[in-house]
Design a protein around this ligand. Structure first.
Ligand SMILES: C[S@@+](CC[C@H](N)C(=O)[O-])C[C@H]1O[C@@H](n2cnc3c(N)ncnc32)[C@H](O)[C@@H]1O
Length: 376
């Protein structure tokens, strides 16, 4: 199989973690770029990337680069791609476009031009054309224009990869699964020591930690990926990768993984999510106020995304919460290392401990820091 060029997208701050994941999967020429990672490899790597990458939102297959300073050059460049070789005309399509510092100033217009080129290429060849489905297309085409340079790719994932298929009701302020997995990997935790999330909400962090600790591929429970609609889709290859992933998943984790939350409703939801993710036996959940946090046994890491994570939610309640969390850490968690995701520097000051590291991360639009505290 020939080498293909791929680009995996992620949230800002997770590029290095994602690059590490891609190298571990056998990706070649792994680079970095803001919001994503370019790499290369064979067709199987594209499937593996969708199945195994914990921090990627999408995996794109590179098709063409060309200069597109004007709408006409964008149309010609997109029409030069042999689209009918990639997917059958009966598939529904949509084009996503982004433009930056370009003569073509509207992304919607760029998407429209590229869509016209795809449709015309089909129509001129066979007389028929694919239909557009903006909401749930089978084939997603990605157009990125920076200055005069245009890159056209096929989205191999379809629905964003953070949709693992285990989370029913996401709960208020739930983390994206890819960000939760990225936080776990950023700590360097390998499953060999305990991991606690004392404000676990829908359970995203402990569930992602359980998937890491049991070597479970995050894409195993997804029903479809966009690459399954392409003409060169190789079902036996995909099925062999899925079978291999099922075989290498471990039934249990070496150390304790626990989630707790003040809200009994959140804990019920977290338990249901863990059930759907297949990790009920690996994660323990409890309803508990963080003020009662008092872990026993060998130390490990505390990893959480507490409430009042945005600056506008600051106030006496936020201060009292962060002060109580700091007290619990200092008085009852000696020997542990705590990581707290915060987008609210005013509130996190009240933890009353000095962070030994501050890792910049984006939680959706919120500029955050993953703060590390060594608890002596
Ligand atoms: C930002 S959410 C966490 C979201 C979670 N990471 C997820 O992905 O669903 C914060 C959580 O802290 C919980 N919480 C608020 N006060 C608490 C307290 N005193 N002790 C424990 N949990 C608390 C809330 O119930 C909420 O579920």
């Amino acid at each position: 199989m020939g080498s293909r060029r791929y680009f995996a997208t992620t949230s800002k701050g997770l590029e290095d973690v994602l690059a590490g994941e891609i190298r571990a999967l056998g990706g070649k020429t792994v680079g970095t770029s803001t919001g994503g990672v370019p790499f290369s490899g064979d067709a199987a790597l594209g499937y593996r990337a969708n199945l195994w990458l914990r921090t990627a939102n999408r995996v794109l297959l590179h098709l063409s680069d060309f200069p597109a300073p004007t709408p006409a050059t964008l149309y010609e460049g997109a029409k030069a791609i042999p689209w009918p070789d990639f997917f059958p005309v009966r598939k529904t399509i949509a084009v996503d476009a982004t433009v930056r510092d370009s003569g073509i100033t509207h992304s919607h217009f760029a998407a429209q031009k590229a869509k016209d080129a795809v449709v015309d290429r089909f129509r001129e060849g066979s007389g028929s054309r694919p239909n557009v489905d903006p909401l749930s297309p089978e084939i997603r085409i990605n157009v990125r224009i920076v200055g005069d340079a245009c890159t056209v790719s096929l989205d191999l994932s379809g629905e964003s990869l953070n949709r693992r298929g285990y989370r029913g009701d996401p709960g208020e302020a739930s983390l994206r699964e890819t960000l939760a997995a990225g936080m776990v990997l950023l700590t360097g935790w390998d499953g060999g020591t305990p991991l606690l999330d004392p404000t676990c909400g829908a359970g995203t962090i402990p569930i992602e930690a359980a998937l890491v600790a049991t070597n479970t591929a995050p894409g195993l429970r997804r029903e479809t990926f966009a690459f399954q609609h392409l003409s060169d889709y190789d079902p036996p290859l995909w099925e062999s990768l899925v079978a291999e992933a099922k075989e290498t998943a471990l039934p249990s984790a070496p150390a304790r993984i626990e989630g707790s939350d003040l809200s009994p409703g959140a804990i019920r939801n977290a338990r249901r999510n863990a059930g759907r993710a297949g990790v009920s036996k690996v994660v323990a959940f409890a309803d508990r106020d963080i003020r009662e946090l008092s872990p026993s046994g060998p130390p490990g890491i505390i990893l959480c995304n507490p409430p009042y994570g945005v600056r506008i939610r600051s106030g006496p309640e936020a201060e009292s919460f962060y002060r109580a969390m700091g007290e619990a850490f200092k008085k009852r968690c000696a020997g542990w290392t705590a990581y707290v995701l915060s987008g609210n520097p005013d509130a996190s000051r009240h933890i009353g401990l000095k962070a030994s590291r501050k890792i910049p991360l984006m939680n959706g639009p919120i500029d955050c820091r993953l703060l590390r505290y060594e608890l002596y």
